[in-house]
Design a binder for this molecule. Structure first.
Ligand code: BTN
Length: 327
């Protein structure tokens, strides 16, 4: 992979001008035939390259598909995404990641897919994942924390994603508890945590992240229009998905290190600063029944503290959240 990455950098540095085969072969320290093979690898990734005798090679077009030669040099992380599997079509990146996790893959392993045929969301819902239009990916964590702290990781992921997205696209992103990301009240991204535990010990967590990057209005079924939106639709500009992935991983890794060093408190403050859920009446459909009240903050393990009508405070760990007019 390193040769193909260097070759791409060389071609990019010339911004559309020709680079001679001789120069490439000198800089890569390989034969002219090997250069030609690397050129073919780039073409197979969707790059369009002009090859003209005596002039050399010129980069004419980039793939709209994600590619490792584009993505790898953008990564600034130490661990996250360093073991990376980029796939064309999967049922769900969660399924692929869980297989790798069971085979002993290291923390930070990342599976990205162009298309998910059975993308899934929270509460057994499906997740719309059309080909080439979004960021559909799953990250493997092996945190050394008690099982009951898993909700904290959901909140950490939401903060990481909201900070990353607003770095790449100038949009105001709000977190709806626990982990939906909204732009002007419409959902732009969702997070699904699936964990495997044994004897009260967390073995691993698969953090599934879906970012609706470049979907167009017609990609959404009727029932989702008005409730969901893409970054492209909200900002009027297509998003560079590789850049978005690199920034998400960077933010996520930084917050994860902070969490390991200083615990949940700094994550809680960041979440509370980015959320749109606190201090307004809400109706929560929990597995134990409905709770109506005003969410006021998070407790130490990541549960939502809700003040109910009698003035007491209830902690909710899992629920579907609506506002109190949603009945
Ligand atoms: C939700 O909002 O309900 C969570 C949506 C999570 C979607 C992502 S896309 C990548 C990963 N693979 C899946 O099947 N789901 C998550």
């Amino acid at each position: 992979m390193t040769q193909v990455v260097t070759l791409l950098r060389l071609l990019e540095a010339e911004s559309g001008e020709y680079v001679s085969g001789e120069e490439i072969s000198r800089k890569l320290n390989v034969s002219r035939t090997a250069v030609w093979k690397q050129i073919h690898k780039l073409e197979a990734e969707g790059y369009v390259i002009d090859a003209v005798p005596r002039l050399g090679y010129r980069l004419k077009g980039r793939p709209s598909r994600l590619s490792l030669p584009e993505l790898l040099p953008m990564l600034r992380t130490h661990v996250f995404g360093r073991n990376l599997k980029l796939m064309e079509e999967v049922t769900s990146t969660q399924d692929e990641l869980r297989k790798l996790a069971e085979e002993g893959a290291p923390e930070g392993t990342l599976v990205i897919a162009e298309l998910q045929t059975k993308g899934r969301g929270r509460m057994g819902r499906s997740w719309l994942s059309p080909a080439g239009k979004g960021v559909w990916m799953s990250l493997l964590l092996r945190p050394q924390v008690p099982l009951q702290h898993t909700p904290q990781l959901t909140l950490l992921a939401a903060v990481a994603l909201s900070r990353a997205i607003s770095k790449v696209v100038p949009l105001d992103i709000g977190i709806k508890w626990p982990n939906d990301l909204l732009v002007q009240g419409r959902k732009i991204s969702g997070i699904l945590l699936e964990s495997a535990a044994e004897d009260e010990r967390l073995r691993y967590v698969a953090v599934g992240m879906g970012i609706s990057a470049n979907l167009d209005e017609e990609d959404y079924p009727e029932e989702l229009r008005g409730k969901a939106v893409s970054l492209k639709m909200a900002s009027g500009q297509p998003v560079n998905r590789a850049e978005l992935i690199a920034v998400v991983l960077d933010e996520f890794e930084r917050l994860y290190v902070l969490y390991q060093e200083r615990g949940f408190a700094p994550i809680r403050s960041l979440w509370e600063a980015h959320t749109v859920t606190l201090n307004k009446p809400a109706l929560l459909n929990t597995p134990q029944g409905q709770v109506e009240g005003v969410p006021e903050g998070l407790d130490d393990s990541g549960g939502l503290l809700v003040r109910i009508a009698d003035g007491s405070v209830r902690t909710v760990y899992s629920a579907e959240l609506g506002d109190s007019t949603d009945r």
